[in-house]
Design a protein around this ligand. Structure first.
Ligand code: ADP
Length: 236
């Protein structure tokens, strides 16, 4: 398994704002809650011009809008539990059917169980790159307390590493930023347990297919981004 973590400062820096042509890739981000998957998925989406699909964001928006699916998912999510496989598989199937996914896409937060990974295989979807972002549990619990999210558009921020421009409202839509209920420390510990039990085995699942790269999460977001870009580009 290839690990990207050392000598990251030797990697070439990408020029800001350089637009790459649409890259037809199917990329998956694995990693514990709070490891930084969402941030890297958004960044990769911009860089490669493909949509990032976050099951967590879709579920949160359904809860916010009070849809039937949202009502069913709420209790699981707020208690740090996984939403049942059939629900998330349904969400992903519908989303991947949309036109904007034809040229490639990024999965952030799906699959989270072996059953979900098998469902993706059964849909005939062959991923090009799986990036596992790794951060210690200890660092994750410390990080989560600073996470902020926009309840309207789902953009995520961090008070230290990725603050919004004014620190309290969303840069994209101006709504007041909130703290997710499931970012409370006791819920975070439950989510980490669920991650180690149910999601971490997916690393072996994809490593066996030769598609896995491990990125060691760095203190600075942009350093993790460099490593992530490099890991993804090794598949191009
Ligand atoms: P994080 O990566 O920080 O845990 P997400 O935004 O990805 O946060 O997910 C938030 C919550 O949404 C999860 O704790 C879980 O309840 C639910 N969820 C998201 N994706 C899945 C999935 N693939 N399977 C089951 N539940 C999911």
């Amino acid at each position: 398994m290839l690990r990207y973590g050392r000598n990251f400062d030797l990697l070439p820096t990408r020029k800001e704002g350089v637009e790459e042509s649409r890259v037809k890739m199917k990329i998956m981000f694995l990693g514990a809650p709070g490891a930084g998957k969402g941030t890297q998925a958004e960044n990769t989406a911009k860089r490669l011009g493909i949509p990032a699909i976050s099951t967590g964001a879709i579920i949160r928006s359904a809860i916010q809008n009070g849809t039937e699916m949202g009502l069913a998912a709420r209790e699981y999510t707020e208690n740090g539990k996984l939403v049942p496989d059939e629900v998330v598989i349904g969400i992903i199937r519908e989303r991947l059917d949309m036109e904007d996914c034809k040229a490639g896409f990024i999965l952030d937060g799906f699959p989270r169980t072996v059953v979900q990974a098998e469902a993706l295989d059964k849909m005939g979807i062959d991923m090009d790159a799986i990036i596992s972002i790794e951060v210690s549990d200890e660092d994750i619990v410390a990080r989560m307390s600073g996470r902020r999210v926009c309840p309207k558009c789902g953009a995520t921020y961090h008070v230290d590493s990725k603050p919004s421009k004014d620190g309290t409202t969303c840069d994209v839509c101006g709504d007041a930023l909130t703290i997710r209920k499931d970012d409370a420390p006791e819920v975070v510990r439950d989510r980490l347990r669920v991650y180690h039990e149910q999601t971490e085995p997916l690393k072996d699942y994809y490593n066996a297919k030769g598609k896995l790269r491990v990125v060691v999460g760095q203190e600075k977001v942009e350093d993790t981004t460099k490593l992530t870009d490099e890991a993804i580009d090794s598949f191009r």
